[in-house]
Design a protein around this ligand. Structure first.
Ligand SMILES: [Zn+2]
Length: 269
């Protein structure tokens, strides 16, 4: 595919790769801390809460002695809610001053919306999932599904606006858009799969990696497909869409991803 490998595309791919790894991990961390802080606020001692967030394995939280049934509800919603809320707040703060340097943080909002939207719908029948526990606590299932679908739509729109900051301009041809976004996003999933196959004792981590790869591939196709209408919208509202990505932007993105991966391995495992 020589048409993808222009200098400009390689820089965009590097930046998207780093930004995907960074925003995916920061989202997972904030999600788990959202659960932990509300559990603590509901009366569970901090010393009983154990958070394990590996950059490549399923993140999880253990509560010594379990969570009392009376406490389900808020602490379950707080994980997805914290991820989406903080991602969108950061998006709103950075939007006016967005540059390819801040793209990794900008990507967090859209990724959180899509990830939590898909996540709730896909785990509606998984025992012990956030979605199942929220419904058990009385949250209406149709409302949860509606919110999840809305979140996915908002996420796709924001993805379309964000990727222009990574140098993928409105007039990039359709297949090149898919190629650059997919080649940027999917490698973090492939890396996760490779590390899980080599190092995780848990088969669930391996199937989670396939979901991550599939999820990123679907995001690439859908975002590439809605790029033109989103671009038209951007034009109508005079939103700036011409961004040039340099090698330093790409390296900065990869650097941010590396830092967050190392911090998790050091402090959250
Ligand atoms: Zn959760």
């Amino acid at each position: 595919m020589p048409f993808i490998l222009t200098n400009q595309s390689i820089k965009s791919i590097l930046l998207v790769f780093g930004a995907t790894g960074f925003s995916f991990n920061i989202g997972n961390i904030i999600h788990e801390f959202g659960h932990a802080i509300t559990d603590w606020a509901s009366g569970i001692p901090l010393s009983n809460i154990h958070i394990i967030i590996h950059p490549f394995f399923s993140p999880h939280m253990d509560i010594e002695g379990g969570i009392p049934d009376s406490m389900i509800g808020w602490p379950d919603a707080a994980g997805p809610l914290a991820n989406v809320a903080f991602g969108l707040i950061i998006f709103a703060i950075l939007w006016k001053k967005r540059t390819p340097f801040t793209f990794p943080l900008l990507l967090w909002g859209p990724l959180a919306c899509v990830q939590e939207g898909i996540g709730q719908i896909m785990t509606l029948s998984d025992h012990g999932s956030d979605a199942v526990r929220m419904i058990a606590a009385g949250f209406p299932e149709p409302l949860l599904i509606t919110i999840s679908i809305l979140l996915m739509m908002i996420g796709i729109l924001l993805f379309g606006l964000s990727f222009q900051v990574a140098g993928i301009s409105m007039d990039t041809p359709f297949f090149k858009r898919i190629a650059v976004i997919a080649t940027g996003m999917i490698p973090y999933g492939l890396l996760t799969l490779l590390i899980c196959v080599l190092a995780s004792p848990n088969q669930q981590d391996v199937s989670r990696s396939y979901n991550i790869i599939g999820g990123f591939a679907i995001i690439a196709i859908i975002v590439a497909a809605v790029y033109s209408p989103v671009g038209q919208l951007a034009k109508r509202f005079r939103i700036r869409t011409d961004f040039q990505v340099t090698w330093s932007h790409g390296i900065c993105g990869i650097g941010l991803m590396t830092v967050i991966v190392i911090l998790q391995l050091l402090f959250l495992n």
